[in-house]
Design a protein around this ligand. Structure first.
Ligand code: ADP
Ligand code: 5GP
Length: 199
């Protein structure tokens, strides 16, 4: 892989299906998924270093202080952040790098990397969001309510994103996101250096 990869940021309300969709996309070996650091408690199936790097608040703050995070944010009472070196390295190697992060972090990334492609993943409707979030069975009622309330605020920020993808069926949502990436590869801005050779 010779060209620099595309940086894809995927956000969306909790329960929209980001994790599910991203899990599918990363089966394609041209994609690399960034693993975030978080202070949230691991869910029963989550493994340290695979789903997240689980950190104490003290450790997380040290990562911020040491400039180790590309972006970070607080979400429903926990900290989340993207380790910088992995993202920078994989992009250089030509991988399309996926960040599955919430809206405040996505906007920070857009400032640092204006060429990043921001995708907002939504469920077909609010009822389905509720069903998915409660059906997942990983959060208690209070946390679900918090996340649904936050979802309404997050949706307000859709105009800041480049694309909206509806996650009605996982397979279709994956296809749509890959199409966006393929099109982004043809953006004229990526050809500035190459075009010089034609003159
Ligand atoms: P997020 O990462 O956005 O919080 P998840 O990927 O954990 O969401 O998905 C939330 C729940 O919805 C999971 O139980 C998942 O299996 C389910 N789900 C995801 N995408 C779909 C879909 N297209 N149709 C039906 N259920 C889905
Ligand atoms: P969850 O607790 O459901 O795994 O994640 C909660 C929210 O935090 C989701 O919107 C998820 O996308 C977001 N998130 C996960 N990792 C990061 C990160 O590194 N940075 C930011 N800003 N948000 C993240």
């Amino acid at each position: 892989m010779e060209d620099k990869g595309i940086l894809i940021v995927i956000s969306g309300p909790s329960g929209a299906g980001k994790g599910t969709v991203v899990e599918e996309i990363k089966k394609d070996r041209t994609y690399a998924l960034s693993i975030s650091a978080t202070t949230r408690q691991p869910r029963s199936y989550e493994k340290d270093g695979e789903h997240y790097f689980f950190k104490s608040v003290y450790e997380f703050k040290n990562m911020i202080g040491g400039g180790k995070l590309l972006e970070w944010a607080e979400f429903c009472g926990n900290y989340y952040g993207t380790p910088r070196d992995y993202v920078v390295g994989k992009l250089e190697e030509g991988y399309n790098v996926i960040l599955e992060i919430e809206v405040q972090g996505a906007l920070q990334v857009k400032k640092i990397y204006p060429e990043a492609v921001l995708v907002f993943l939504i469920p077909p409707n609010r009822e389905e969001l509720k069903n998915r979030l409660s059906g997942r069975g990983t959060e208690d009622m209070e946390t679900i309510e918090k996340r649904l309330k936050r979802a309404s605020e997050e949706i307000e920020l859709i105009p800041e994103y480049d694309y909206v993808v509806v996650n009605d069926e996982v397979e279709l949502a994956v296809k749509r996101i890959k199409e966006i990436v393929d099109v982004s590869k043809m953006a004229s801005a990526r050809y500035v250096d190459k075009i010089r050779d034609f003159k």
